[in-house]
Design a protein around this ligand. Structure first.
Ligand code: SAM
Length: 297
């Protein structure tokens, strides 16, 4: 072979080897990246039990929430590292895992199907969040989830309704997010509908129904309020002339209401703390602090 040709062949061979070497290195790196090893570990989990969409469950079939909506649901609930998220009917554990991985929360998944619960536990280990996430095999209607600060659901309307009394007894401010399904006449505080699907948020309201006297701090003004409450919505009367409350709402322990007596417009914004309401009250553009004391419930 002439020298010039030999050189060309040698360069081609060494360029080819370098290319091959780089490809191998890239593939080794890709395989050893945390995402790739989590993926491998997830695939290992599915070798023992691979679920299929629509498979029967105790009260509802398994259909996973898509990744985009999982994130959206947890964003709506403003999940953070101090939260304890319970996913009722946890499936493969993806909501509980995302709560820990993406939002730093602690999470518990409750799943009735033992194969599914074991798969979810394996997925938790595969994703490296075993310290913050627990999946328990159990029935959501027999499991105590009262310590949750956030509850996530992808069930059915009638199952949401069965859970509703328990949810309403939870600590005021607890966030409940449901994929697709509503809670009948307990209207959501927020809704998000996109191509990923529909998600609804409720914030467990504190109970402020009853008669209250609000006394201005450092002043002489006071007024009476009588509140009726349907979930987060407040109605009732206020002031000496017992005027209708024009708007009133609870968001957890936060209260907001408005009423007018003749030309005097009152807007109250406050918080229930124990058995009193600490509020900023604006009456005809003047704002001051009032304390509400409950006279009867
Ligand atoms: C629609 S899937 C939702 C899975 C997961 N939460 C998600 O959004 O990807 C409902 C899950 O609830 C489980 N399930 C049904 N009835 C249950 C019950 N009474 N207690 C616990 N889990 C239940 C099913 O096995 C299924 O995995």
């Amino acid at each position: 072979m002439p020298t010039s040709n030999r050189h060309r062949v040698q360069s081609w061979v060494s360029a080819g080897s370098l290319g091959l070497l780089l490809t191998c290195a890239a593939s080794v790196l890709a395989q050893s990246s945390p995402a790739a090893s989590a993926q491998n570990a997830r695939e290992e989990c599915e070798k023992t039990f691979k679920p299929s969409t629509g498979q029967p469950g105790k009260d509802v079939v398994w259909v996973p929430t898509n990744d985009g909506l999982v994130t959206r649901m947890l964003e709506m609930a403003q999940v953070g590292k101090n939260d304890l998220v319970y996913d009722l009917g946890a499936g493969d554990g993806k909501i509980a895992i995302a709560a820990a991985k993406q939002f730093g929360a602690r999470a518990v998944g409750v799943e009735y199907n033992p194969d599914m619960a074991r798969l979810a536990q394996c997925m938790v280990r595969a994703e490296g969040v075993g310290e913050r996430v627990n999946v328990i095999q159990g029935d959501i209607f027999e499991t105590d989830f009262s310590k949750a600060t956030v509850v996530t659901l992808y069930l059915l309307p009638e199952l949401n309704l069965r859970l509703r009394p328990t949810l309403l007894k939870m600590k005021p401010g607890t966030r409940v997010v449901s994929h697709s399904f509503l809670m009948d006449d307990w209207r959501p505080d927020e809704s998000s509908v996109s191509t990923d699907g529909a998600a609804y948020l409720w914030i467990v309201p504190a109970d402020v129904s009853g008669k209250w006297t609000f006394q201005q701090q450092g002043g002489k003004d006071s007024f009476e309020v009588e509140l009726a409450q349907a979930f987060q919505k407040l109605s009732g009367t206020a002031g000496t002339a017992k005027q209708e409350i024009t708007s009133g709402e609870m968001r957890g322990s936060q209260i907001e209401l408005m009423f007018s007596e003749g030309d005097v417009h009152t807007r109250l914004k406050g918080e229930l703390k124990g058995d009193r309401i600490e509020a900023e009250v604006t009456r005809n553009d003047k704002t001051s602090t009032y304390i509400g004391a409950r006279r009867s419930s």
